[in-house]
Design a protein around this ligand. Structure first.
Ligand SMILES: Nc1ncnc2c1ncn2[C@@H]1O[C@H](COP(=O)(O)OP(=O)(O)O)[C@@H](O)[C@H]1O
Ligand SMILES: [Mg+2]
Length: 783
């Protein structure tokens, strides 16, 4: 699995890990000591005080499914009341916190104090706990997911079940803790407060008794608070782990995909931004659902004992509340489900509009599109409104039900001919009015969280089940080979081409039909179109391999195929070494120019300035207002196409990889800059590396060790430049045409270039006249 997004691709041999997914999977992350050591090593290697990027980490900690009680050790250690164990300075304190500190969050006080005193810088932010790391937790979740898929199959697999397995132990424990806190909350008023009230009513009782009940009441309230915040502390941590695991797992999945299938970027953003919060909330509030039943049972028992069966009438009001609440929650869930679909539609349309705004303006389609957008928005608002009504209803029900229920209880009790004392009434009001009310509002929150999260889990499952393609890149047997494709046929997912490529009209009823027309075989399912076929391609280590051909002949696809980014239909791809990919459309990060080039690697002055020189970026940087600290990208200064291309090249060179995939890197730069880059970058700096060089500048091909000429998705000719010229087929024809073009059309430019160079070389010991067009023409035509 190579991971690439326009930037640098690293192929790893050791990916996928050796963990047997069918091993019994631990319920809690088991981390042995060495792992913590790993993390200590990692935090030393922060790139620097200012840089928000961390260097590329070669060692990712491996999750090892634990067995037996040992896997609970880190969590159990948190039960020691006070711990004084010194911790590494920049490790977060939560792992070394004692029980009291853990449940009261007092381990945070240090950070809060220093934030208050001097403000926090990036340096003050400690390294997170390895137990909470997204990497490790994602590995664990992934294992559980794979196991689920193997056991239940793709269709039956349930992501909710996997999540349950992931959090089971912690959540069950937190439920238990919550129940204890609820029980204590129940005992305080019903037992201790009642006794205290009876003591005040009874004049004979001793002072000792009064003190005893008062102390017991205080103690039970104190314990209740402890258990309650213990539950929060546990839930927060579990929620952090689950969310980070889900997001990291999804992120990895998205990186492995060739196409998003029927998902749009908007849906993806929704999953990452909104659904992740739902996942967090369900762990936070979900366990509290047990409070409701516990409280109701206690309440019924107590009323029976205290007031007798008649008073149970009041409880019926209470019990009726559950089905009503459930019904409202279901309705809310249903409406929310519908809202999500409409929101996705709106986001997708908006994205499409923004992407094709030029086109829309050009054809004056504004009205049509804005009408479409407003229609969708209205539908969305309608649904949101309905959801809000349901929610207000359920919010307002929670506080009123206990009051009604208390009144009914007392009325029933009195009308049965009984009399009501303060010692009977106060505890009951307290139970009904406080404890049960709280329990009910928690039920409401918990059911909402559960329903919301189940929608989120279904969406996540949909994303996780997207087809990843079947490409596995192995190492070649021949040690001399860097990249080899044998008898390869590769395809793009048709779904992706339709959806993510230039799309004049956004998805709507009309356009769906149009898309179908564009795509006669389309029947709503994904299908694949072969783009390049019968590919036999080899790049030997240290060679410079040129690739040329008409636009659309499949050059870019060839590179992506070799990188493992296309669907392999037949054949095999082998590759040895780490890779760097410079895409045809250069891509910059919204960060400083230097960060764009370092891309997370450590700064090494010589390597950095050599890179700038090879990419001929020095002058451009001098012209930028803040030098290489100038912010570029969306929010910063706009670079020209050529500059972006050179930044992308510099990023690749600085990364120092084994195999370079350069997709027409000189297309947007001037001829003399192109010649400089070809000379200094490709021929000098990358002399010892394997370079696969796609180009339209045919003049460079004669320098390549081997040339592939592509035509209509196939390799039409291959060999050295001279061999291909001798074959006198398409390649030589193309060369001759280009030669004539240069000689005729460009002769004026050659003259001009010459005179410019003559002028600029005065006073400068310039070598840049090498690589002029004229010289290229000479090189191309040695005869
Ligand atoms: N992501 C993609 N999805 C579907 N089709 C694609 C995709 N990228 C390229 N193609 C198609 O593959 C063919 C070859 O394209 P490409 O490899 O970009 O050619 P070249 O780089 O030689 O110009 C073209 O017909 C193009 O439309
Ligand atoms: Mg291309």
């Amino acid at each position: 699995m190579a991971s690439s997004r326009g930037g640098i691709v690293r192929a790893t041999g050791e990916e996928d890990g050796e963990v047997d997914p069918f091993d019994e999977v631990a319920l809690d992350t088991n981390l042995q000591e060495p792992l913590e050591d790993n993390f200590r090593d990692l935090d030393v290697s922060l790139t620097g005080p200012k840089s928000p990027y961390r260097p590329y980490m070669r060692t990712t900690p491996q999750y090892i499914p634990g067995r037996g009680m040992a896997r609970y050790l880190p969590a159990l250690k948190n039960l020691i009341p006070v711990r004084r164990k010194p911790r590494a300075k920049n490790m977060i304190a939560v792992d070394s916190a004692g029980f009291l500190s853990f449940i009261s969050f007092s381990w945070l006080s240090g950070y809060m104090y220093s934030a208050y005193k001097k403000g926090l810088t990036l340096d003050d932010v400690p390294q997170g706990s390895p137990l909470d790391s997204s990497d490790l937790n994602a590995q664990r979740l992934e294992l559980l997911w794979q196991k689920e898929i193997t056991e239940k199959g793709r269709k039956e697999a349930s992501f909710s079940r996997v999540v349950w397995k992931f959090v089971r132990t912690r959540v069950l424990f937190s439920c238990f803790v919550f129940c204890v806190s609820q029980a204590l909350g129940f005992i305080s008023p019903t037992l201790f407060m009642r006794e205290l009230l009876q003591y005040t009513e009874n004049e004979d009782s001793s002072t000792q008794d009064g003190v005893k009940w008062a102390l017991l009441l205080t103690l039970s309230e104190f314990l209740r608070a402890i258990f309650f915040s213990w539950n929060w502390a546990l839930n927060y941590r579990t929620a952090v782990r689950l969310r980070s695991a889900c997001l990291a797992m999804l992120y990895r999945k998205v990186i492995r995909l060739h196409s998003l299938g029927d998902k749009s970027i908007g849906e993806l953003i929704n999953i990452f931004a909104n659904d992740s919060q739902r996942i967090f909330d369900v762990v936070l509030f979900g366990p509290m659902i047990v409070g409701g039943p516990v409280m109701t049972m206690c309440g019924i028992g107590y009323i029976l004992w205290l007031l007798g069966p008649w008073a149970l009438l009041g409880m019926i009001v209470f019990l009726l509340f559950y089905p009503t609440q459930y019904g409202i929650s279901r309705l809310t869930g249903y409406l929310r489900g519908k809202t999500v679909v409409v929101s996705d539609e709106r986001v997708r349309l908006m994205t499409d509009i923004l992407n094709s705004i030029k086109l829309i303006k050009m054809y004056t389609w504004e009205k049509y599109f804005s009408k479409n957008l407003f229609d969708i928005r209205n539908r969305e608002r309608n649904l949101l409104q309905k959801t809000a009504y349901c929610q207000s209803l359920s919010i307002s029900m929670a506080p009123t039900v206990p009051v009604i229920s208390a009144i009914v209880t007392f009325l029933a009790h009195i009308s049965a001919g009984n009399n009501l004392t303060a010692a009977q009434a106060f505890p009951l009001i307290s139970v009904l009015g406080n404890q049960l009310k709280d329990a009910l509002s928690r039920i409401r929150e918990a059911t909402k969280a559960l329903i919301d999260s189940s929608i989120a889990f279904t969406r996540i499952k949909g994303l996780l089940l997207l087809d990843e393609g079947n490409m596995s890149v192995i190492r070649p047997i021949d040690k001399q080979q860097a990249v080899c494709i044998s008898k390869g046929t590769f395809a793009w997912d048709a779904g992706s081409s339709v959806k993510n490529r230039a799309l004049p009209l956004p998805v709507s009823q009309a356009t769906k039909e149009e898309l179908e027309k564009l795509n006669p075989t389309s029947n709503g399912e994904l299908h694949y179109t072969n783009i390049i076929s019968d590919i036999d391609f080899q790049a030997r280590k240290g060679h410079l391999v040129g690739v040329c051909g008409q636009v659309g002949s499949g050059k870019t696809s060839l590179l992506l195929a070799a990188l493992g980014q296309m669907r392999l239909v037949t054949g095999q791809v082998t590759r040895d070494g780490t890779c760097a990919y410079v895409s045809q459309e250069p891509w910059v990060l919204n960060a400083t120019l230097r960060d764009n080039i370092l891309f997370g690697e450590n700064f090494d002055a010589k390597r950095y300035y050599d890179t700038l020189y090879c990419c001929s970026l020095t002058e451009d940087i001098n012209m930028l207002p803040g030098g290489d600290q100038t912010e570029i990208g969306d929010k910063g200064i706009n670079l020209s196409g050529g500059q972006k291309q050179r930044v992308a090249l510099a990023r690749a060179l600085y990364a120092d990889r084994d195999v370079y995939f350069l997709d027409d890197p000189l297309s947007a730069v001037d001829t003399h800059v192109g010649a400089h880059i070809f000379d200094k970058y490709i021929c000098t700096a990358l002399k010892k590396k394997t370079v696969i060089f796609v180009t339209h500048h045919l003049e460079y091909l004669s320098h390549c060790d081997e040339v592939y000429f592509m035509k209509e998705g196939r390799i039409a000719e291959q060999g050295t430049h001279q061999q291909l010229m001798d074959q006198k087929q398409d390649y030589s024809l193309m060369m001759t045409t280009r030669l004539t073009e240069i000689q005729l059309g460009d002769s004026a430019r050659v003259e001009e270039t010459k005179s410019v160079q003559r002028r600029s070389s005065i006073g400068k010991n310039s070598t840049s006249s090498k690589g002029s067009v004229e010289e290229m023409v000479e090189k191309m035509n040695p005869a």
